[in-house]
Structure formats: structure tokens, C-alpha cells
Ligand binder design. Structure first.
Ligand SMILES: *Cc1c(COP(=O)(O)O)cnc(C)c1O
Length: 426
């Protein structure tokens, strides 16, 4: 199914087109392995000379159908599902960086990704330099080194809700001969398609809005097919020179625009094995079938809640990029004209203590370590995810001690606001 269909149609139907007599619904291929008639047929698969399924650690038809749907939604050429968003970010970087390499990342990113980049990748010999999302082109360029292989950022950062100027980041990446990798988890392709603004690779934690019902942890990497690795072959030997683990095959020569995803599948999945289970891919697909209906509702509800909070005198501040007056409003309108996402943050005048009291008084809205599903939920990072940090360290990390992260769901907004009102009164 090609891009001639609109996103809503792709959400419902892309990736699985049954032939005569086949199941209407994408089946779960609950099989580790696949059958062949001759030894020769199987050998050709192992040499990447034929395409086909042989072992689910490398590829599975359910997973491939869901990956194809997400690739179509983002406008990419190919995609690969992973077991989590963390695995997707790790593979996206590790597919082009090896020990001794370096990459540049916006500092406004998910805490788990920050730790992966700053601590775990460093142990593998891969270094990162963080730059502010608001850095000028000159400041971003100044972070580049001869061994820099990628630039990374989040469209809307979790939890600080800063909006990335994707075009600016793409210009700096391309001027330095490296791809721009974007984590597009919060807006989803319904609200923003980073490839249209120059990004080369997009990743998602599908755990969030794509699944949308908080049933499965998962991730995906999508390649636009636009970055010409061979023009910068000296930077990307893993893609542009022979792979000895596949009898000297060169990914860019053998697979053209599919080189990046083929290498991630054939090499990283083969060796590291963070696959998404076909069961989870099946559930993710059902979530994707209503993504285009849920996202506008999340945004409408979040805007109404943000406007309500802004007017309440007990609220010290509200951060939501769709609010006029927000620092990132102009960027949000440019990249996400139909709304950004359902996540907002705010603080109460009483500070940290009042925030905790408020959360404990909520009845409909639940305290959970999650964002971006159908049910409205809250988290107080200073008491939970960032608990070890002092108030000073919290401010450095861009997380105010009084910050309440509210993930607005798709319930009736009047009921959400009523619950917030009774908790503020309590
Ligand atoms: C949750 C999240 C991740 C990590 O994804 P998991 O599926 O939890 O591994 C990465 N990036 C962003 C923006 C996230 O919100």
C-alpha cells in the first residue's frame, strides 16, 4: 500500500493486504521458524541472496506488516520493530556508530535516552555531546568533530515539552555529512512527519500513543531512504564497505535505499536480538488502527485542561506548546499545525508539597509511570523518576521540583477538569 492514501486510511489498512481466502485481520504468526523444501533455498536466505522468513529473531510476517504500516505513516522506505523504544534508539545510533565514534544530541530528551547516551554508550566507546535544543546553528556545528556520525533530537521532548526546530537541525546535520535522527514519539506521524522537514531516520517508543492502551512496550526505527551513505562512505564503513559476517556483502550496493534497515535487521537483530514479540506487534497494530482518531482528541482535551489550569489562581505556571504565549508556540504551529500531543506540565503555588497533596487527592486520574495512553495519568518527577536528585540538580536537568506531568487521555474533558478541580480544592 503506497502513500497515495491519506494517513487515516494508512492507519486502518496499510501493511496487510490479504489475498483471496486469507484472513481479513493481520494474523499473529506465532512461530519461531519457517519451513523450506530444499537445503539450497535455506542457504540463499542465510546469504541474504533471497528474501524470506527463516527465524523470528530476524524477521516475522506479523512484525513486518506492522513495520510497513508505520513506514507508510511516516513516509519512509522501510522500518523495523524493536522490543522497546530504548532498543530503537540504541540500534539507530549503533547501526552507524562504533567504538571511537561520536554523535551530537539535543539535551532535551527522555531520561532513559539521556542515560543510554551519556553512560551506557560511553562504556561501548561511543561519545555524545549534548547541546541545548535552542542552540544556534553555529553552536550546534561547534559540537561536531571529525568522528561525529549523527545528530539526534526529540520532536517534543519528554518531560520538558520543548519543541525541536527540525529544519535547523537537519541543515546542520547535512552540512556536516551526517543523518538527523528524530525521536517522534510524542506527536506521532499523525501530528508531525519529520521526513518532510529534512530528518533522515525516525524512531518511536510505540509503547506510548501508537499502542495507546498501555498494553505493550515496543519501539520502531523508520528510514526515509534519503540519506546518501555512499557520498560520505569514509564516515560509514559499516554500510559502505563489505560485511565479513555476510561473505563480503556491502549493504549500500546490495540494498540501495533499504541499506540502513537491512543492516539493522541482518546484523544488529541477528547479534543482539531485541525483537518485538508477534503478539505485541498484533496489539500495536490494533492501536494504530485508531491513532488518527485518538490524537486529535488527546490534543483537544489537553488544550482545554491547559487553558483551565492557566486561569486557576492556585496554579503557578503551565507548560504546553499549543498554548498561545508558550515559548515554543511558533515552532509548534509550524511543525504540528493540528496539535502536538496530550502531555502538559504545570506547577502549583505551594511548590513540591502542594503538588504531592494535589496528586494524592485525584480520583479519576491515576498516578502511574507512564504517559500517552487513553487514560489520563499524572507523575511527579521530583518524587518518582528523578527522586535521587536535589532541588538544585532538578533545576539543572530542566525538571522543576514542583513539576507535575499530566498526560491527558481521551475521556470526557469535563470529567478530567472536575477531578482536577476537586483535587485543587482538597
Ligand atoms: C518512553 C520513551 C522512550 C523509551 O521507550 P520505551 O518503550 O519505554 O523503551 C524513548 N523516547 C521517548 C520520547 C519516550 O517517551
Amino acid at each position: 500500500m503506497s502513500q497515495k492514501f491519506k494517513p487515516s486510511t494508512l492507519c486502518v489498512q496499510a501493511g496487510w493486504t490479504p489475498k483471496k481466502g486469507e484472513p481479513r485481520v493481520l494474523p499473529i504468526y506465532q512461530s519461531t521458524t519457517f519451513k523450506y523444501d530444499t537445503s539450497e533455498q535455506m542457504a540463499r536466505l542465510f546469504d541474504l541472496e533471497d528474501s524470506g522468513y527463516f527465524y523470528t529473531r530476524l524477521q516475522n510476517p506479523t512484525n513486518d506488516a506492522v513495520a510497513a504500516k508505520i513506514a507508510a505513516l511516516e513516509g519512509g522506505v522501510a522500518a523495523m520493530l524493536t522490543s522497546s523504544g530504548q532498543a530503537a534508539n540504541f540500534y539507530a545510533i549503533f547501526n552507524i556508530c562504533q567504538s571511537g565514534d561520536h554523535f551530537v544530541s539535543s539535551s532535551a530528551i527522555y531520561g532513559g535516552t539521556f542515560n543510554l547516551f551519556a553512560v551506557t554508550m560511553k562504556k561501548l566507546g561511543i561519545e555524545v555531546t549534548f547541546i541545548a535544543p535552542d542552540a544556534t546553528e553555529e553552536e550546534i556545528a561547534a559540537a561536531f568533530r571529525p568522528n561525529t556520525k549523527a545528530l539526534f533530537g526529540e520532536t517534543v521532548s519528554n518531560p520538558s515539552l520543548e519543541v525541536l526546530d527540525i529544519e535547523k537541525f537537519a541543515r546542520v546535520a547535512h552540512a556536516n555529512g551526517v543523518p538527523l535522527i528524530i525521536d517522534n514519539t510524542f506527536p506521532t506521524p499523525i501530528n508531525c512527519r519529520p521526513f518532510e522537514w529534512g530528518a533522515d531516520i525516525v524512531i518511536h517508543s510505540t509503547t506510548k500513543y501508537m499502542d495507546g492502551h498501555a498494553t505493550c512496550v515496543g519501539g520502531v526505527i523508520v528510514d526515509s531512504g534519503n540519506f546518501d551513505w555512499d557520498v560520505h562512505a569514509e564516515k560509514f564503513p559499516g554500510l559502505c564497505t563489505p560485511d565479513e559476517s555476510y561473505h563480503g556483502l556491502t549493504y549500500t550496493k546490495a540494498f540501495g535505499k533499504l541499506a540502513f534497515i537491512t543492516k539493522a535487521t541482518a546484523q544488529l537483530m541477528r547479534d543482539l536480538g531485541s525483537i518485538q514479540s508477534p503478539q505485541n506487534a498484533f496489539l500495536l497494530n490494533i492501536g494504530l488502527e485508531t491513532l488518527h482518531l485518538r490524537m486529535p482528541r488527546h490534543c483537544q482535551n489537553a488544550l482545554k485542561v491547559a487553558q483551565f489550569l492557566e486561569k486557576d489562581e492556585r496554579v503557578a505556571w503551565v507548560n504546553y506548546c499549543d498554548l498561545p504565549g508558550n515559548k515554543y508556540h511558533d515552532l509548534a504551529k509550524k511543525y504540528m499545525p493540528n496539535g502536538s500531543c496530550g502531555v502538559i506540565s504545570f506547577g502549583l503555588k505551594g511548590g513540591r508539597e502542594e503538588s504531592i497533596k494535589f496528586m494524592d487527592s485525584l480520583k479519576l486520574i491515576a498516578i502511574v509511570t507512564h504517559v500517552a495512553d487513553a487514560r489520563t495519568c499524572v507523575l511527579h518527577p521530583a518524587s518518582h523518576t528523578h527522586r535521587q536528585l536535589s532541588d538544585e540538580q532538578l533545576m539543572e536537568a530542566g525538571v522543576r521540583p514542583d513539576l507535575i506531568r499530566l498526560s491527558v487521555g481521551i475521556e470526557d474533558v469535563d470529567d478530567i477538569i472536575a477531578d482536577i478541580t476537586q483535587a485543587l480544592n482538597a
